[in-house]
Design a protein around this ligand. Structure first.
Ligand SMILES: N[C@@H](CCC(=O)N[C@@H](CS)C(=O)NCC(=O)O)C(=O)O
Length: 215
């Protein structure tokens, strides 16, 4: 039985959507961000960064959203959430998951939380503006990468598509949300309507962005 430490609408969306796709038995432990439960010693014993999410699998504990998703995909090959090991498609899947967690996610954090980096308002505004520019640049890279393919990593649905849909939901606050990019819009629309993604949102008590055309 897996145990997922989560909070609504956070990076815990991706692992929970993975668990729903897999059909695995799991329980959830909700963390109250406003009460800073994720910063308390008890949680930091599982995740020393004090960040959400964390997955517990028996006596194995794993943090970092992209790592959790890859771990789950590999533990449940029957769910086909990762292309076969050693294939070009697997390389592409690594490429996009790494890109989303290394490049896109930090730019989101810079946009949402410039106060985590800078104390003064002017520097925070500059970081927020630079983060938005970096986000728009990366959305174009992803949109070009999808091209005419059905899914982000190629012909098959993978964990990359779940990640993309999670990022797209976060982008609803930007001046140019990700639905401005047509290939992203198409892939995220197809992911968002999957029963597993819908179940994850329902269990987290979150809605899709109002402006999203497929909603
Ligand atoms: N790279 C980490 C980042 C996790 C992260 O920053 N999570 C956010 C929620 S999306 C968080 O813990 N926020 C705590 C807060 O807002 O204080 C991961 O992917 O797991």
């Amino acid at each position: 039985m897996y145990r997922l430490f989560w909070a609504p609408g956070t990076a815990a969306m991706a692992p929970q959507a993975m668990l729903e796709e897999i059909g695995a038995a799991y329980e959830t432990v909700r963390l109250d961000i406003a009460a800073k439960q994720h910063e308390q010693a008890e949680y930091r014993r599982l995740n020393p960064n004090g960040r959400i999410p964390t997955l517990v699998d028996g006596d194995f504990v794993i943090f970092e959203t992209a790592a959790i998703c890859q771990y789950l995909a590999d533990r449940h090959p029957e769910a086909s959430l990762a292309p076969p090991a050693g294939s070009h498609a697997r390389g592409r899947y690594y490429q996009w998951l790494t890109y989303m967690t290394n490049t896109v996610q930090p730019a989101f954090l810079g946009w949402f939380h410039p106060d985590w980096t800078f104390g003064d308002a002017e520097a925070q505004a500059a970081l927020k503006a630079a983060s938005a520019r970096e986000l728009y640049r990366s959305f174009q890279v992803i949109d070009d990468g999808i091209g005419g393919q059905p899914w982000l990593a190629g012909p098959a649905f993978t964990a990359c598509d779940i990640w993309l849909a999670m990022l797209a939901r976060w982008s609803r606050f930007l001046e140019r949300p990700m639905w401005d990019w047509p290939n992203i819009r198409r892939v995220v629309g197809a992911t968002y309507t999957r029963p597993a993604f819908q179940r994850m949102m329902q269990k987290q008590g979150i809605a899709w962005a109002e402006k999203w055309p497929v909603a």
